[in-house]
Design a protein around this ligand. Structure first.
Ligand code: PRP
Length: 207
């Protein structure tokens, strides 16, 4: 049995259809239920629905052999895992955004609201800018609107959330997409099965 952690939500459902097409069917997973574990003996897989930001934890600790996590989560938590493949879905970008009239003052410490403290610190340290991180867990866009921060470092997908809150992108830090990841020990012990999935998914991505 190969244990696979999928990110709960729309991206997870999209990614499941890729696993399905690759030959790892488990149709029960799409049933409208609160169940978290779905198994298909005939396909040799067991899927778990996991909070997207927790997928790397399950894979790093070996509770899941492989999984699908956003590049944002991988870069933020730097888990000790293998990144096998860019699935080229769940595309968005990590950005610095601020109110439209925001003007940078290099003499003042920049207040940065984010749930990606590591990525934000790394980015600002690379450009030699002093910052004060304001850690938040969601609705990050609110911070500059209320004057609690100067900028935010956050994910932008369609840009709707920024637009509807009078914010705009000032810099793009990096593009993001979903990645197929593997536990390091599992990659040795279950190499054939994992490579089979990787190769079939890779062919699908290329097509
Ligand atoms: C994410 C992100 C932005 C929004 C961007 O939030 O933090 O707020 O999506 O998407 P858009 O560019 O298409 O508008 P999420 O929905 O994960 O909720 P959160 O505010 O709780 O982080």
């Amino acid at each position: 049995m190969l244990n696979i952690a999928l990110p709960k939500g729309r991206l997870g459902e999209k990614v499941y259809t890729m696993f399905d097409k690759a030959g790892f069917r488990c149709p029960d997973i799409l049933s409208d239920s609160r169940k978290l574990v779905f198994e298909s003996i005939s396909s040799g897989v067991r899927y778990f629905w996991v909070k997207p930001s927790d997928v790397t934890v399950y894979v790093e600790r070996g509770a899941a052999d492989i999984g699908v996590a956003g590049k944002d989560i991988i870069d933020e938590y730097t888990p000790d895992i293998y990144e096998l493949l860019d699935l080229k879905v769940g595309k968005c970008r990590m950005c610095v955004a601020a109110k439209k009239d925001f003007r940078e003052n290099p003499d003042v410490t920049l207040r940065v609201a984010t749930k990606f403290s590591t990525i934000a610190r790394r980015y600002y340290s690379s450009i030699g800018r002093e910052i004060d991180i304001i850690p938040l867990n969601g609705s990050i866009e609110l911070a500059p609107v209320l004057g609690m921060s100067d900028v935010i470092v956050d994910i932008v997908e369609t840009g709707t959330t920024l637009k509807e809150n009078g914010l705009e992108v000032f810099q793009t830090i990096m593009p993001i997409s979903a990645r197929l990841i593997s536990n390091k020990a599992a990659f040795e012990f279950k190499k054939d099965e994992i490579l089979k999935i990787q190769n079939r998914m890779s062919a699908m991505v290329e097509a």
